[in-house]
Design a protein around this ligand. Sequence first.
Ligand SMILES: *C/C=C(C)/C=C/C=C(C)/C=C/C1=C(C)CCCC1(C)C
Length: 244
Amino acid sequence: MNNLLLAIADVSKIATDDYVGFTFFVGCMAMMAASAFFFLSMNSFDRKWRTSILVSGLITFIAAVHYWYMRDYWAAHAESPTFFRYVDWVLTVPLMCVEFYLILKVAGAKKSLMWRLIFLSVVMLVTGYLGEAVYRDQAQIWGLISGIAYFVIVYDIWLGQAKKLAIQAGGSILKAHKTLCWFVLVGWAIYPIGYMAGTPGWYDGIFGGLAMDVIYNIGDAVNKIGFGLVVYAAAVASTSPAEA
Ligand SMILES: *C/C=C(C)/C=C/C=C(C)/C=C/C1=C(C)CCCC1(C)C
């Protein structure tokens, strides 16, 4: 009986002022709920939207699994789970690039656009990882390279080929594309702030006091769930009788 009680009680404590632990916990739950929502609503849409909604669900599901591990890791070691964090990103951010492609496919988007965005996102993340985890004393340089890749992505979707395709498609596609562009410009900009809070550099005096993981966790919730909901809304809009 005692053992059973111990087994039930064997959950790590989360202190009331542990905002990192708290946001890992809530983030995990939110990602799970979002995944259930996307997966279960998938089949109520046209075929051409199903893959997009499926990808939205995969993004939040992959994140939910990583958050499960990150929550545990933080509770056990009180250290940033950098490895799990970047494995999560390197899987989910390319899927967000796929999402751009899937939406623009109706306007004739080519696979090359998708691969270009995926490549840029991997460069952004690998260089970010090098600065955060491997060459921390050169974090500023790696962060700068990562930032350049990020800006090329922003340019591509806001002003480059992707934008032309979105204009051609018009209607709910153009609207969804624009909203996703704002997510990348403003929502993704949360991450470099987390990076500057968690690595040494000229920016120490500005962001040094902030908790990197809380910032990353907020960014993930906004971007992964928000991105998925934009796609969901676009699917709803283009399935409604008004536009059918
Ligand atoms: C679901 C996860 C997402 C959308 C993660 C996005 C991550 C970034 C946009 C990270 C960007 C970074 C920079 C632009 C510079 C500093 C290093 C990074 C990797 C934090």
